[in-house]
Design a protein around this ligand. Structure first.
Ligand code: FAD
Length: 270
């Protein structure tokens, strides 16, 4: 899975499926008996070195986008960069922050991805889900518990296949170029990472705690804490998933012993 995850690390998947339509996905799932993991761009995902004993379903071929009376319909494999450009072309506003997040709509729904004070679910009208038997449902926002980088469905065992979104019609003053410049100045963009590894604890910044614990530049095997942004782990030199996980544990233990604060990972580890 190293080639499907932005950390460029991770073990093998038993099976791999890239559907080119929702119907093909439904047909596949209706006969599938293996465990399933959905992935988008793998920009928040690490598969352990031992691999995943099941099928990885990558949705990037499901990337349709349309608009009807200002409601945007988007398939789950659409990248946030493409969605952001589409929103802009339709003279809608509020989606500028999406251009700074490498990922797909499915990943953003699963993670409640956010940046610069905005979060994905703020703009969700409805989502289309599919269960592991291939049945499709339309779900409303109140069928999910939504919080900071966490979304818990009230109906377990369903994956996102599409969404209807509504952005603002009033012009916003967020400038995409400025947002990206701001981001590039503070983050090690271009190096293999998963963005922020840890959630910010209430009232604190994970990066600040890690920096105060003198962990900037600290490495385990080929995995290192970025010198530019302490909440980023970089795959500096052929890091294994174990190197990355051991570094995560070391950071958590050090921050706990120095500040008595538990750092919870934003990164999904399978
Ligand atoms: C350089 C960099 C910067 C980043 N900056 C930010 C940021 O500012 N804000 C932010 O929130 N995140 C950030 N991230 C993390 C990441 O981009 C987001 O979490 C993004 O939403 C992940 O999308 P993805 O499609 O790559 O999901 P993946 O990494 O492929 O998957 C993430 C999780 O979502 C699940 N999932 C994926 N698709 C589906 C689906 N269709 N249905 C159900 N579950 C699904 C996966 O199983 C996994 O649990 C950054 C990452 C990088 C590398």
């Amino acid at each position: 899975m190293a080639s499907h995850c932005s950390l460029r690390s991770g073990g093998l998947a038993q099976d791999f499926f890239t559907p080119n339509s929702i119907q093909a996905l439904a047909d596949f799932l209706s006969t599938n008996t293996q465990a399933v993991v959905f992935v988008g761009l793998g920009s928040n995902l690490l598969i352990r070195d031992q691999g995943f004993n099941g099928v990885v379903v990558k949705l990037t071929q499901l990337n349709a986008l349309s608009i009807n009376h200002s409601t945007i319909s988007v398939s789950a494999g659409t990248t946030l960069a493409k969605l952001s450009r589409f929103i802009h072309s339709q003279h809608q506003y509020g989606g500028e922050f999406l251009s700074a997040i490498p990922g797909t709509v499915g990943g953003a729904l699963a993670m409640n991805a956010g940046a610069f004070g905005s979060e994905f679910w703020q703009y969700v009208v409805q989502v289309q889900t599919m269960n592991s038997s291939g049945e499709v449902f339309w779900r409303s926002v109140d069928e999910f518990n939504i919080s900071y980088r966490q979304v818990t469905p009230k109906h377990a065992d369903e994956f996102f296949v599409a969404a209807k979104l509504a952005f603002n019609t009033e012009k916003s003053d967020q400038d995409v170029k400025q947002l990206l410049l701001k981001r590039n100045a503070s983050q090690p963009i271009g190096l293999p990472s998963c963005g922020s590894v840890f959630k910010n604890p209430p009232g604190q910044y994970a990066a600040e705690l890690i920096e105060l614990a003198n962990l900037k530049g600290h490495c385990v095997g080929g995995a290192c804490v970025s010198n530019k942004h302490a909440n980023f782990i970089i795959n500096q030199n052929k890091a294994t998933a174990s190197d990355i996980e051991n570094l995560i544990t070391h950071i958590q233990q050090t921050v706990k012993s120095k500040f008595n604060i538990n750092l919870e990972t934003e990164l999904i580890i399978i």
